[in-house]
Design a protein around this ligand. Structure first.
Ligand code: S3P
Length: 435
């Protein structure tokens, strides 16, 4: 193993203590710069996630003719040229590692009268894009992708005629697919409706409403019609990302002597499955100072160490904690009894195959994880050993391994720098909380 490409995390003695400002929500950051770029008045966005995924989206919007001015790392002013003002990019749009950027931008660009081509990193080339290309093509978009329209690279040909609305029954709960279809629906003839098996995160719907678009919502059905323009709010304050807060929720729960205050965390109910599961496991979690910011509920969250016990979960809660399963599996490692997670097959098509990655790497720390076709069984309470573990270049795997090592007997993480995708300050924050 290359030492310069590995990070040593040591066991934390005495707990993690202090306050943390949680970095901006990744999902909300992507959407804020995209929608602001469709307006003709400046929108000031604060607490934008200054991390690789969201920087790809800001760069793509600039390539489409939108002005993006940074006041500091997390504050930017986005000025578009109106709803019809995007222009053909001179080069290829690079989504990097970001499935959200790619899938939402495809929905945004499918109706446009110009050509756009996307690339991304090696991991993104392996992720399924047919799930977005198929419904957009049904709407009349002309999109070509490798392997018959399944994978990157992807080219969207200039739309020859106006797209038409569809009623689309999604085979999986996915906010990315839902959002891509709704964004295309803003420029389609008639009504566009998506129906999900379970509700996924609703940031697109909330933000579209904040931009003056009428969205009809009824359980798992969401519909929109063509908009003539978007009306920009003056500012968008991006809430802290509960998916980033989740690492501290679990770390503080399982490292004895911990007491953390996580500030400004987004607590949109479509994202709070992690709080529900941790509570069921016996975690000490309090929501304080609940308030609203930019159409999204936020709160400060206090978490203190607790003795956790195993639980079973699956079904409708999965989309509400889809990105938190690797870190919830760490909570399960340190809990008494077994935890069983089902209905989570979507984890196989995230930044890496997370069911496989969790089973393979956590079993190096303690042989107690069984991989199911659609989930995991984790036998908690085993002795955790130091091990060398691979991040799979997946930010959430790297941070989960770091928490497991900090609570266990240390860990060496290969390719640790992938945390830059969503939480560049993660390792430094972990050190700061030990002082
Ligand atoms: C996201 C939706 C989820 C999630 C991803 C962000 C979004 O993906 O895993 O990290 O911003 O819409 P799916 O919609 O594919 O489940």
């Amino acid at each position: 193993m290359e030492q310069q490409n590995a990070k040593e995390i040591t066991r934390v003695v005495g707990g993690l203590r202090g306050e943390i400002e949680i970095p901006g929500d990744k999902s909300v950051s992507h959407r804020s710069v995209m929608l602001a770029g469709l307006c003709d008045t400046p929108v000031r966005i604060s607490n934008y996630l200054h991390a690789a995924d969201c920087l790809s989206t800001a760069a793509a919007m600039e390539a489409l003719g939108v002005s993006v001015r940074w006041s500091d790392d997390t504050t930017l002013t986005v000025t578009g040229r109106g709803f019809d003002g995007l222009t053909e990019p001179a080069g290829i749009l690079d989504a990097g590692d970001s499935g959200t950027m790619l899938r939402l931008m495809m929905g945004l660009l499918a109706p446009q009268p110009f050509l756009s081509t996307f690339t991304g990193d090696a991991a993104l080339y392996r992720r399924p894009m047919g799930r977005v290309i198929a419904p957009l093509s049904e709407m009349g978009a002309r999109i070509a992708g490798r392997a018959g329209g399944k994978y990157l690279p992807i080219t969207i040909l200039p739309a020859e005629q106006k797209l038409h609305g569809i009623q689309y029954k999604m085979p999986m709960a996915s906010a990315q697919v839902k959002s891509a279809i709704l964004l295309a629906g803003l420029r389609a003839e008639g009504e566009t409706m998506v129906v999900e098996p379970y509700p996924s995160r609703d940031h697109t719907e909330r933000m579209l409403r904040a931009f003056g678009v009428e969205i009809r919502q009824d359980g798992t059905r969401v519909a929109c019609r063509a908009a003539r323009k978007l009306s920009a709010p003056d500012r968008i304050d991006v809430p802290g990302d509960i998916s980033s807060a989740a690492f501290w929720l679990v770390a503080a729960s399982v490292i004895p002597g911990s007491d953390l205050l996580l500030k400004g965390v987004g607590v949109n109910p479509t994202r709070t499955g992690v709080l529900d599961v941790l509570r069921d496991m016996g975690a000490h979690i309090e929501r304080l100072h609940e308030r609203e910011s930019g159409g999204e509920p936020i709160a400060d969250i206090r978490v203190r160490s607790a003795k956790l016990h195993g639980v079973s979960f699956g079904g409708a809660i999965i989309p509400r904690l889809i990105d938190e399963i690797p870190i919830l599996a760490v909570a399960a490692l340190f809990a008494d009894g077994d935890t069983k997670i089902t209905g989570a097959e979507e984890l196989r098509v995230k930044e890496t195959n997370r069911l496989h990655a969790v089973a393979a790497e956590y079993n190096k720390l303690a042989p107690c994880v069984e991989e199911l076709a659609d989930g995991l069984v984790i036998r908690g309470g085993a002795k955790i050993h130091h091990a060398e573990c691979f991040s799979y270049d997946d930010h959430r795997m790297a941070m989960s391994l770091a928490v497991a090592g900090a609570a266990g007997d240390g860990v060496t993480i290969e390719n640790p720098e992938c945390v830059d995708i969503s939480y560049p300050a993660f390792y430094k924050t972990m050190l700061d909380l030990q002082r």
